[in-house]
Structures are given as C-alpha cells and as structure tokens.
Design a protein around this ligand. Structure first.
Ligand code: 13P
Ligand code: SF4
Length: 346
C-alpha cells in the first residue's frame, strides 16, 4: 500500500472551493439533468476528497448499478451488476476495495480477493433476501431433500453460501441451474427469481419464500396501466419482480442486462422496473431516451452516500471479516458459479 495502510487519517471536512469546482466540472456537466444544482457544491466537495483519498490509499470504489448518480458517475472506478462486481473484485490490484453496494456484495468481494481490505461504508446496507434465510435453514432443506443440489443467489450471507453447491446471480441463474445436469434443484432464497428460472428450464425448482422488498411491490396492473398511457413503452424488468410483472416485460435481465437492452434498442420511452437510481444513471448515458417512472427505492442501497464512502476511506471502516472455514466453503460456491459463466455476462 502506498501510505497509511491502517491509520485513521486526520483530515478537514471536505469543502467546496473554486479549485474543487474546476476539478469536478466535467462530472457536474454530465450530471446536470439528474442532480439538482443546489446539491452540487456538497457533492463536489466529497467527490474531490474521495478521489484524492483513493489515490492515497491505493483504493478503488466498486459501484453497484443502484448507487445514486453522484456516486455512480462521480467516484465509482468500476460499476456493474452483482456478477460483474464479483469478477472485478477478483481481478483488482488495488489494496483497498470500497464496495458501494450492499453487505453481501462486499462479502463476495472479500471471498474473491481475501488478501485485500474490503470495506462496506455502512453496516446497515443489508438486503431483505439475505435476511430471509440462515445457514441452519439450508441444512434443514438438505435433510428434507436428500441429494438435491442447492443453488443459492449471491444475495445471501457467506454462512449461507458455505452450505451451497453453487451460487448464481440474476445474470446467470438459468445457466447455473442447467449446468448441474440434474432433474431437481433447491433454489434459494428469492421465490420470484426461482419461479422465473423454473419458467425457463425443464429442471424442477424447489423454492424458498424470500423476496426483495423493492421488486415485490411492482404489479402487473401497474405495468398494463403504464403501457395504456404510454403507447410504445418498453418495459424492462428485473427477475426479482413478481410473475405478473415479468409477463408484461419486453425484456427480463440483471441490472447490467437491463442497461444493455436500453443501449442496444434505444427505445423512445422505457420503464426500468427496478430501483430508482438506475434510471438516473442510465439517463446520463442516453439523453435521447425518456425514462418513465414509478420506481422503488432500496433503503439498504441508499445507506451508501458520498459522506459514508469518504468516512470509510478515511477511517478504513467497516472491514469485512469472514471466518476462515466458512470463507473456504463459500468461496468454492462462488468460484463454481464463475466457472459456469466465464465467457458470458448477461
Ligand atoms: P443484479 O445482480 O442484477 O445487479 O441485482 C442485484 C440486486 O440486488 C437486485 O435487487
Ligand atoms: Fe436486496 Fe432488493 Fe435491495 Fe437488491 S434491491 S439489495 S435484492 S433489498
């Protein structure tokens, strides 16, 4: 590490100045349509301070697609869905990885690159899916279904991953299930993603009843209403949505798959049926596309703010630690997933 490998840095509060304004001007221009002008001086001060601290710490910020635009476009070095963040974490040469996302993503990054310091800026950045299941639940399911392999969504704790045969993300779930060459799998913990997978394969899928509190709130009736009022609207949904929502969608995929769909098809109007910040982030890239709301906020993702990232880099809080025995087994399940989809990222 270049300097201050473990020290808490005693630094003044980030403040806005003409020098900060000049350094951040290209970012301000990009974000003009999505970040209110009145907020910019505060964001700019933190963006400049974070980007300076990253250099001092030899750190990178990995940002999930649900981060707010000032994080996504201002300080994230690499951005993506859960699958790409896991791959990026495995490959980075940086000493410190700040995971601008939720806790399970930071744990996955630590599993992929255990010698690095992996930080989650706020320990409250959890996930309703991750909280819906424990390692004990998985052991009980295995007893109920002897010999049936367990496929686990990465939105789970390392302890749950350790009880798993192979992990998956929304980008590769069908591919992972089919890679096992079996008739039945236990699929955990997202019931809606599991039902979506079941609709795409002949493999029987035994479900758990976890849901995402963001995606479960969308309804098919809402989609039909929006389509009626916006003829030609492209509906692009995440597979954590209920089946009646997915039935109305023109495209279903991971957050990165959804973004790619917008880039490839350039619809006049699109609704991204997912977390709110993603539309803002994509709108910056495609000003010719009109983004129709509503959307839902993820309260866990929104724990990650510019001040939280700054504090994380300044104090090296909160480092991810995983019990060695748990990590070894959990890593195996994630690596097995990465082997399945090595040449794909949809
Ligand atoms: P992706 O892997 O598609 O980015 O999804 C992660 C997530 O938390 C969706 O709610
Ligand atoms: Fe978890 Fe849903 Fe938030 Fe994603 S959007 S982190 S699945 S609660």
């Amino acid at each position: 590490m270049t300097m201050n490998a473990s020290a808490i840095l005693d630094l003044p509060e980030p403040t806005f100045s003409p020098a900060v304004a000049r350094a951040t001007e290209p970012i301000r221009q990009r974000l003009e349509g999505v970040v209110p002008a009145i907020e910019w001086p505060v964001h700019a001060a933190y963006i400049e301070a974070i980007n300076r601290l990253k250099r001092e710490r030899n750190a990178i910020v990995l940002g999930h697609n649900y981060m707010t635009p000032e994080i996504f476009h201002g300080v994230a070095d690499l951005v993506g869905d859960s699958l790409s963040l896991a791959r990026m974490a495995a490959e980075t040469e940086a000493d410190v990885i700040v995971l601008a996302g939720v806790h399970f993503m930071a744990e996955t990054a630590k599993l992929m690159n255990p010698s690095k310091t992996v930080l989650i800026p706020d320990l409250g950045a959890g996930c309703s899916l991750s909280e819906s299941i424990t390692a004990e639940d998985v052991r009980r399911l295995r007893q109920q279904h002897p010999g049936v392999p367990v496929v686990t969504y990465v939105n789970t704790s390392a302890e749950v991953k350790a009880e798993t045969d192979v992990c998956c993300t929304s980008a590769n779930a069908v591919q992972v299930v089919e890679s096992l060459g079996v008739d039945r799998v236990i699929f955990l913990p997202d019931a809606y993603l599991g039902r979506y997978v079941a609709s795409k394969t002949s493999v029987e899928v035994i479900l758990w009843d976890g849901t995402c509190i963001v995606h479960e709130r969308f309804t098919g009736a809402e989609m039909r209403g929006l389509r009626a009022s916006h003829p030609g609207l492209a509906i692009v949904a995440h597979p954590e949505c209920p089946p009646d929502v997915l039935a109305e969608a023109d495209f279903v995929g991971s957050t990165s798959g959804m973004i790619r769909f917008v880039g490839d098809t350039r619809p006049n109007q699109v609704m991204l049926v997912t977390e709110c910040s993603m539309s803002d982030n994509v709108a910056v890239e495609y000003p010719d596309v009109e983004f129709i709301r509503p959307c839902n906020l993820c309260p866990y993702m929104k724990k990650i703010t510019l001040p939280a990232i700054y504090e994380s880099l300044r104090t090296l809080q909160h480092p991810i630690e995983i019990d060695a025995a748990v990590a070894q087994r959990a890593r195996r399940a994630v690596e097995r997933m990465l082997e399945v989809g090595r040449d794909r990222n949809n």
